[in-house]
Design a protein around this ligand. Structure first.
Ligand code: L34
Length: 291
């Protein structure tokens, strides 16, 4: 079994991005600039956004964190988005999800200028991605492709089962893995909460992408010997023995599945750090498009 070390790969990527930013400095050009809007005080969102801001600083990007109160109105948020759309010194920005219930997520994502949509969540980017046109690819699926590529894992002709159909992970990764390209040409099955006989599907999979959000759902009996396991799940499970009061669990029962797999991502330290590195990559791409 080989561990797909997302933490290390993300660090390699950040070093590469940092080196590119260094060459801009030499040419007296301003660095790329990423902004993040966070509405409310969700603990996990604060961690993820904090990590995004710190990573920007590490690679030499400018970053702006816009923290808005939980009770911010949809109109106020739309106003902020319009400001960011107009800001010529900003290359890209994200609106961290989930948003509070009183805000219509679809309306917000539609308001983001697709040229600055480094999350790739705007329908224009999603559509372009699905049509194999130049587009921002959502950071989590993009990070999975990057991991598979750097570890030289063959996807062509392989049966890949994606468990989960969310707009930000399951759906886009299922499209991307089936497309032509260096990491692609897979035969993809999308499974979800209404799928019957899920274990029959996963037992036949060469590659399994778990993006369900149910801790330790995938067990050893559901996996073929030698399968590649990508765990996108990241749930905080209460644990009073731990100083933070919780532990992080993926969608995979790691110990038992790991011993049967050929490659597997850990949680934490797998797909999560890759998501952050690929957001930086998209921001650099947005910058390079303009320059
Ligand atoms: N707009 N909303 C928007 N864009 C995104 O790309 C995200 N996502 C998801 C949630 N909402 C979003 C993220 O950034 C999930 N996500 C994310 C980012 C980073 C990590 C996990 C999820 C991460 O760094 N995980 C660490 C552990 C962090 C911890 O201690 O909790 C890891 O090693 O997996």
């Amino acid at each position: 079994m080989v561990l797909l070390d997302g933490k290390k790969t993300a660090q390699d990527l950040k070093e590469e991005i940092k080196a590119t930013v260094g060459t801009l400095q030499v040419k007296n050009q301003r660095p790329p600039h990423l902004a993040a809007i966070l509405v409310g005080n969700d603990g996990a969102s604060l961690t993820y956004v904090g990590s995004k801001v710190r990573s920007c600083e590490y690679v030499g990007f400018d970053s702006t964190l816009i923290q808005l109160e939980e009770n911010t109105s949809e109109t106020e948020l739309l106003k902020k988005i319009e400001e960011l759309n107009q800001d010529a010194n900003l290359d890209g920005y994200i609106v961290q999800l989930p948003l509070p219930k009183h805000i219509n997520e679809e309306k917000i994502l539609l308001a983001i200028d697709p040229e600055k949509d480094v999350d790739g969540f705007h329908p224009s980017n999603f559509g372009r991605m699905a049509l194999e046109m130049d587009a921002f690819i959502p950071a989590t699926p993009f990070g999975i492709l990057e991991l598979l590529e750097r570890y030289q894992i063959e996807t062509s002709g392989k049966h890949c089962v994606v468990v989960g159909r969310s707009h930000i992970v399951g759906r886009p990764i299922s499209i991307l893995l089936s497309q032509k390209g260096p990491v692609g040409n897979a035969t993809v099955t999308v499974a979800h909460s209404r799928t019957e006989n899920l274990a029959d599907l996963t037992r036949n999979a060469d590659i399994i992408v778990m993006a369900l959000g149910i801790p330790e759902f995938l067990t050893a009996d559901m996996v073929k010997e030698g399968a590649v396991i990508i765990d996108v799940g990241i749930t905080r499970v209460t644990d009073t023995n731990h100083p933070k009061g919780y532990v992080i669990r993926g969608d995979v029962a790691f110990e038992e599945v790991a011993s049967k797999s050929s490659y597997i991502t850990p949680v934490p330290g797998g797909v999560g750090p890759m998501t952050i590195a690929m957001l930086l990559k998209n921001t650099l791409l947005a910058y390079q498009r303009k320059h």
